[in-house]
Design a protein around this ligand. Structure first.
Ligand code: 9MR
Length: 354
């Protein structure tokens, strides 16, 4: 597909909005070059080991992405599922496939407030700290040389953006203490991995974004070996234009690599009373995802770590699981059949300008 056709693709969506009664008619899938071939940085996706047995998923992944993040099988909930031993079958399989396919592997996540509470329960101060260190040493040590990077601390900022989250980690090792310790231990275990602090709603909630930035500044001053900043980018498509650009620019100001680490953009609204048409939602979605892609492209080349979506096809999204929606959300870059959409064409158009 040539450049002009790519840039024209978003217009097709605009034209459609003129007649909402045709909103359910699907435009023919645009022909879009593989994202990894147009982007001057790695394109990532979340992966679950089960998907490696789905030929359609594998074919799409091979075509589109050159980096993978385990969606949940490299977390404590998986690795510490059996008391007294660590389970590595699924994450090992993902790591082996990445090595065989020549795809980068991003580790997710060593220390997360929502994980490990049970496994660490009953440990006192010193034993807790030793178990914390041992976990990081074992897990990061096992994948040393097999992955390029880790989300070392995931989601440390309070939900409302007001300060840090309280967790079993912060209670045992201190608010900043658990994070500094996690980064130090991760560096010891894998000195070559880029070590990320990662969080969500940084674009959606500017107060949370600001707290994240202040936290990074403080941890760096304290000597934590933070090597990169991850913004999950589970985008709220109703936020004002410009908010995403500002956040990405502020993240970039640290001079560290930035990872768009879990992009999706739900068409649904959590709050009640949603009278937007589907076409309006698709337009909002495209505008915000394109803003994110453009802001990411504006970073200096050496700071563009990767652009990762939290799944390949809409039907792969966590937002479509556990009865979270009516099966109609379209939060990702490829449709249920693995076809590109106008959104994909728009993103490829932005990356192709590089
Ligand atoms: O998408 C992931 C889902 O399959 C898991 O059940 C869940 C708990 O492990 O985590 C989801 O991924 C989350 C990610 O690890 C951190 N940021 C928010 C993601 C969506 O909830």
């Amino acid at each position: 597909m040539n450049r002009r056709a790519l840039l024209a693709a978003p217009l097709a969506l605009g034209a459609l909005s003129a007649c909402d009664r045709f909103a359910t008619a699907q435009p023919a899938p645009p022909s879009v070059p593989p994202l990894k071939s147009v982007a001057p940085f790695p394109i990532g996706s979340a992966v679950m080991s089960g998907q490696l047995d789905d030929p359609a998923w594998v074919a799409l992944a091979r075509q589109q992405v050159n980096q993978l993040t385990p969606e949940w099988e490299m977390k404590m909930e998986y690795i510490l599922q059996s008391p007294g031993r660590m389970t590595f079958d699924a994450p090992d399989r993902i790591a082996d496939v990445c090595a065989a396919e020549g795809v980068r592997l991003h580790g997710h996540a060593l220390i997360w407030y929502s994980q490990g509470e049970q496994a660490f329960a009953g440990l006192d101060g010193r034993a807790f700290a030793a178990a914390f260190d041992r976990y990081i040493a074992e897990v990061a040590g096992r994948y040393r040389g097999k992955l390029v990077s880790w989300d070392v601390v995931n989601e440390p900022i309070a939900e409302d953006g007001n300060g840090l989250r309280d967790s079993h980690w912060s209670r045992a090792l201190g608010d900043d203490g658990y994070m500094i310790r996690a980064f130090e231990q991760a560096r010891l275990a894998d000195p070559d991995a880029v070590l990320f602090l990662n969080d969500y709603n940084l674009e959606n909630n500017p107060a949370k974004g600001a707290t994240f930035l202040r936290t990074v500044e403080r941890l760096l001053k304290a000597g934590a070996p933070i090597g990169g900043l991850g913004t999950q980018s589970h985008l709220d498509i109703e936020i004002p234009a410009g908010q995403i650009t500002t956040l990405i620019r502020e993240l970039g100001a640290f001079g560290l690599p930035v990872h768009v680490s879990e992009l999706d953009a739900s068409l649904r609204r959590e709050r009640r009373g949603d009278f937007r048409s589907r076409v309006q939602r698709l337009e909002q979605q495209q505008a915000r995802v394109v803003e994110l892609a453009e802001a990411f492209m504006s970073l200096p080349a050496r700071q563009r770590f990767a652009f990762t979506a939290w799944g390949l096809r809409d039907s792969d999204s966590w937002l479509r699981r556990d009865g979270r929606d009516d099966g109609k959300d379209q939060p990702l870059l490829f449709d249920d059949a693995g076809q590109a959409k106008p959104l994909t064409a728009a993103v490829a158009g932005v990356f192709g300008r590089g």
